[in-house]
Write a protein that binds this ligand. Sequence first.
Ligand SMILES: *Cc1c(COP(=O)(O)O)cnc(C)c1O
Length: 417
Amino acid sequence: MRGPLSLDRVGGFFVRATRQTESEMSKDWNKRTKLVHGGVRRSQYNEVSEAIFLTQGFVYDSAEQAEARFLKAGPDEFIYARYGNPTVAMFEDRIAALEGTEDAFATASGMAAVSGALTAMLRAGDHVVAARALFGSCLYVLEEVLTRYGVEVTLVDGTDLDQWRAAMRPDTKVAFFESISNPTLEVIDIAAVAEIAHAVGASVVVDNVFSTPVFSRALDLGADVVIYSATKHIDGQGRALGGVILGTRDYIRGVVEPYMKHTGGAMSPFTAWIMLKGLETIDLRVQAQADTALVLAEALADHPKLSRVIYPGHADHPQRALTLAQMDKGGTMIALELAGGQEAAFRFLNALEIIILSNNLGDAKSIITHPATTTHQRLPAAQKAHLGISPGLVRLSVGLEDRRDLLADLMQALEQA
Ligand SMILES: *Cc1c(COP(=O)(O)O)cnc(C)c1O
C-alpha cells in the first residue's frame, strides 16, 4: 500500500507527487506532525525541503491533455499559477490539515482572503451582519466596497449577543467578525454567534488572526469559513504577505476558487514556500509567545503607570472563561493603557530598547504599536472612544525573545513614561 508521502512514477520519465487525500495524510497524525509533513509533494529528486515551483505555467503532454485539463483539472493537475501551483497546494493542504477543514485557498494577502471570501459569497440584495470592532481594511471592504455593489451591512457590538440577534434578517447571508478584536482584545463568542446566524441560514465567516491557527477551534464552534492573514503568525518572521481562506471543499472549490482564479488574488509560489516553512514551527513559536504574554501580563497587572492591562488569558479579563473555552491559551497579544495618556504612551514607546515600534504582529520580534495615531488613526474620535482606542493605549505583539529581557525592557520604559 502506498504510504502518505509516496510517489507515482509517470511514464518512467519523471515522478509526479500525488496529492494527499485525507485518507492518505493520516487523520491520526497529531498537530505537530501535520505541520511538518502535511501536504508534502515531492518531485523526481525526492527533495527533503519542499520545492519552490517558481513557474506560472505547466507543460501539457498533448493537445488532448490540455483540452481535458481545461475541461476539468484533477486535484494534482495544474494549468496556471493564478489558479493553483504545487507549492501553493502544499501550503493549502498543510494549513487545512491544521485547521481541520476539508480545503483551503491561499491568497496574496490577508485582505485578499477577506475580500475574496466575502465577495465570492455575496451578491446585490444580500445582507451582512458584522462586528464593529474590525481591522480598518476589513471595515473598508464592508462599508465602502460591498455596499457599492448593493450589499447591505449592519454593524453591531460583537460582544453583545442581543445586537447580533436583533440584526439578523431572512436575507442575512453572512455573519462576519474577528474572533479577538484588534486592538482591544475583545473576544467574540463564536458558538453563540454561529447559533444565531445559522438560525436564519447565514454563514459564519471568522477573521481568526488574533486567535492564531494554533489555538483555533473555530470550526468545532460552528464557524463555516475561517480566514487568516498568513503575514502574521504563519510566516511569523515578518517576511511576506499572504492569506488563506478555509472551509468545505464545496465552498473552496465551488465558490472561492472560481472567483479568486479570475480576479487575481493568488498566493505566489515563493510566498507559499515561506508559509510552509512557517507552519513547521508555528506551534512551537505561538505556544512560547502565548506563555510569555501571560507572564508579562501578570507582571504588569498592577503597575502604577498603567490604567489597564488587557490580556484575554489573564485572570482579570472579563472574558477569560470564554477565551479558554475557545482557545487553549490567551494568545500572543497584549494591550496596555498608559495612565498618562498619549504623552506617556509616546515616552514609553520611545524608551523601549528591545521591543520595536512597528505595526505587524505575530512576529518573532516583539512589536509595539500606538493604534490611535497609526493603525486606527483615520477613525473618528467618537468611534475610537467607543472601541476603547484611547490616547494611552498601546498594542504589544509578544515575540520569541527571552521573557526576562522583555519584562526588563517594559519596566525600564515604564519608569520613563
Ligand atoms: C493583518 C490583518 C489583516 C490583513 O492581513 P494582510 O496580510 O495585511 O492583508 C486582516 N485581519 C486582521 C485581523 C489582521 O490582523
